[in-house]
Ligand binder design. Structure first.
Ligand code: NDP
Length: 257
């Protein structure tokens, strides 16, 4: 057996952008990529949060830098990708993660709620994905990992705008996979169930709801941000070179039940 033919899970020398990398799942994924050797750029709207995280990670021996950017602002998004290429010479991995939620019963959803969620979760993913793809096509290589949700594929109450945005992300993932595969760019999605983060903190405080979520999960527990670390490293690495257009559920068995 020729062991040199086996691909590596290491990411040394790769340049990765994680949007929404200052908190929650984005931060855990950024750390995981950094631990595996990537040069990580985190981006979000709050510069103080970004700076603190980058300092902390650099003090712990990782290679982190940050860019303040709102993913709904096309000009800013394009500048962000240009800045990364200027500073690092390339962009190998995009983790398209920035997102938000406004949970309301259908009949109470305001047009502004819908616009805010769809602008961040779907338009934002599109804008960052498009700008990153332009660079990756020049390089003829890249990995795009969109962060979806189990709500991209199943229904649950009070998730009108969010589920619509995540279903859209699943479709974008498949369309981009087919369009970008000639350029050696893999496009996949990770679809987590409930993960304990600032986004879900208040929602999970309701004891009944919490118990119901745990009951629905084969693994019998809520997910932690670190549960998404292994899947993102795998999809970002050469070990996943023959996987594209895939929605990887990280849900403790929720959708298999
Ligand atoms: P958090 O609220 O903990 O973190 C969201 C991150 O996105 C923050 O860094 C935030 O920073 C950034 N962000 C939000 N809006 C924008 C914007 N317009 N431009 C740039 N950055 C932005 O969320 P989670 O970690 O829980 O969620 C991360 C992703 O995972 C989301 O896409 C979410 O839908 C998905 N997900 C989460 C699940 C969960 O249970 N937590 C389950 C399934 C999917 P700032 O506010 O400073 O901009």
């Amino acid at each position: 057996m020729d062991l040199s033919r086996f691909p590596s899970f290491r990411l040394d020398g790769k340049v990765a952008l994680v949007t929404g990398g200052s908190k929650g799942i984005g931060l855990a994924m950024a750390c995981a990529l950094g631990i595996h050797g990537a040069n990580v750029v985190i981006a979000s709207r709050n510069a103080d949060d970004l700076q603190k995280v980058a300092e902390d990670m650099n003090n712990q021996g990782l290679k982190f830098s940050w860019i303040q950017a709102d993913v709904t602002d096309k000009e800013r998004v394009n500048d962000m990708i240009d800045q990364i290429v200027e500073q690092h010479g390339r962009l190998d991995i995009l983790v398209n993660n920035a997102g938000m939620n406004i949970r309301k019963p259908l009949i109470e959803v305001e047009e502004e709620d819908w616009d805010q969620v769809l602008n961040t979760n779907l338009k934002g993913i599109f804008l960052v994905g498009q700008a990153a793809a332009k660079q990756m096509m020049k390089q003829r290589s890249g990995k795009i990992i969109n962060i979806s949700s189990i709500l991209g594929g199943i229904g649950m109450p009070f998730q009108t705008s969010y589920a619509a945005s995540k279903g859209g992300i699943n479709q974008l993932t498949k369309v981009w996979a087919s369009e970008l595969s000639p350029y050696n760019i893999n496009v996949n999605a990770i679809a987590p169930a409930y993960i304990r983060t600032p986004m879900t903190g208040a929602w999970l405080q309701d004891e009944e709801r919490y118990k119901e979520i745990v009951r629905n999960t084969m693994m019998n527990r809520i997910g932690e941000p670190e549960d998404v670390a292994g899947p993102v490293v795998f999809l970002a690495s050469d070990a996943a070179n023959y996987i594209t257009g895939h929605i990887l559920y990280v849900d403790g068995g929720w959708t298999a039940k």
